[in-house]
Design a protein around this ligand. Structure first.
Ligand code: LHQ
Length: 263
């Protein structure tokens, strides 16, 4: 598929979406939103795609909203940013969280504003050692969006969430790993291969089981233990009916590697 602002590639069981406005550090425009949405719909629909990899072209991952789209002349009525979130950013974040396939972000460089939180919305976040995360919203008088106020305190704790959001200082990838904001930081020249390796691996795994696991872990934030135990019961019931569960047990008993089909 040919797009203007993203690259979309499919191979070895996974799809890769590369934000592709490198001269603007992959800042997000309305066009990019539209193309991303379309690509995500393909990923969701195609059963042969069993994992998604998200990364950026060039030296940045994503610098958030393209601020050129947001310039206003004196006397202009203020833009309704709530509507922008309702129609563009929130559906994107919800779409990634709800995608019944694992999503990896490979943060190849700076991730700022909505770009940082887009990365954090993914299930597994890998980052290049030179990458940095910036909650740039406070520099503009804005509130962290795209899930920032949800992810930051949950992943890194209240004190760090407040510091990051109120100060807007860059957080280096190594430190992001140390404080549990991301899964792993790797050397810059290893990022692309590590990310593809992970995507290839996840694409061979029991996709339904992974999707249900993702659902359960994401739901846990809003549940007490009782409700979570009930949810685990319900989801395990579904997982226990998959072909992959049957294959997993059979392969174990036959002392061989399982051949999961994602069903
Ligand atoms: C950019 C951008 C950018 C346009 C770099 N836009 N061109 C907001 C409003 C509406 C609704 C929804 O939600 C949001 C959420 C948000 O995302 S608000 C936060 C928006 N992002 C930012 O405030 C980050 C702005 N960028 C920066 O602070 C720096 O560019 C960072 C720290 C990311 C990188 O710094 P450098 O490595 O020094 O690169 P640079 O600043 O030289 O940028 C390279 C080019 O990219 C440059 O263009 P130029 O034509 O001069 O070479 C920048 O203007 C352009 N660029 N971010 N968001």
């Amino acid at each position: 598929m040919a797009y203007n602002t993203i690259l979309y590639e499919v191979g070895e069981g996974y799809a890769a979406i590369t934000l592709n406005r490198p001269e603007k550090l992959n800042a997000i425009t309305a066009e990019l939103h539209g193309e991303f949405r379309e690509a995500l719909a393909h990923v969701a629909e195609d059963a042969k795609i069993r994992a998604l990899l998200l990364t950026g072209a060039g030296r940045g991952f994503c610098a958030g909203q393209d601020l050129n789209d947001r310039a206003t002349a004196p006397g202009d009525a203020p833009r309704d940013l709530g509507q922008t979130l309702d129609t563009l950013y929130n559906p994107l974040i919800r779409g990634l969280r709800a995608l019944p396939k694992p999503v990896i972000s490979a943060v190849n460089g700076v991730a700022a504003g909505a770009g940082a939180n887009l990365a954090l919305a993914c299930d597994i976040v890998l980052a290049a050692r030179s990458a940095r995360f910036i909650q740039a919203f406070c520099r503009l008088g804005l509130v962290p969006d795209s899930g920032g106020t949800y992810f930051l305190p949950r992943l890194a704790g209240q004190a760090r969430a407040m510091g990051l959001a109120l100060l807007g200082e860059p957080l280096l990838a190594e430190r992001a790993e140390e404080i549990g904001l991301i899964w792993r930081c790797v050397d810059d020249d290893k990022l692309a291969e590590e990310a593809r390796k992970l995507a290839r691996h996840l694409a061979t795994q029991p996709t339904m089981g992974l999707a249900l696991t993702k659902q359960a872990i994401n739901a846990s934030w809003a549940n007490n233990l009782d409700r979570q135990l009930d949810l685990e019961r319900d989801l395990q019931r579904v997982a226990g009916r998959t072909e992959d569960y049957r294959e997993g047990v059979k392969a174990f008993l036959e002392k061989r590697q399982p051949n999961f089909k994602g069903r």
